[in-house]
Write a protein of this length. Sequence first.
Length: 111
Amino acid sequence: MHLSAAHHAHPRKPGEEQFALAAELLSLLGDRTRLALLYALTGGEADVTTLTEACGAARPAVSQHLARLRLAGLVDTRKEGRRVIYSLPHGHLRRLVEEALRTADHRLAER
C-alpha cells in the first residue's frame, strides 16, 4: 500500500490528548451503522425516523447509536415539538465521513 504525503497536514505536532481524542473519534466511526447515520446527516438535519430509513437498522439500535454520537459531541440535537432533530455540529466531521467513503471507493476500484 502506497501512502502519499498529506496535502494539508496538521499545522503543529499533535499532543497525546489530540491523539487520544482522534482515536476515540475514529473508533466511533468504525461502526457501520454510526458511519451510515453520520453520512445521512451530511445531507442536513434529520429525525430518528428518517435516519432509521436511511441506514436500514432497527429503530432501537439507531436510537442507541445516536445517543453514543450525541454523548461524544459528534451530533447536535434540537427539539421540534416531540421530535428530536439531529445534525452535524461542524463541517470537519462531514469532510471526515466523506473522505472515509472516498477512500473506500478508491480501495474498491483497485480490486
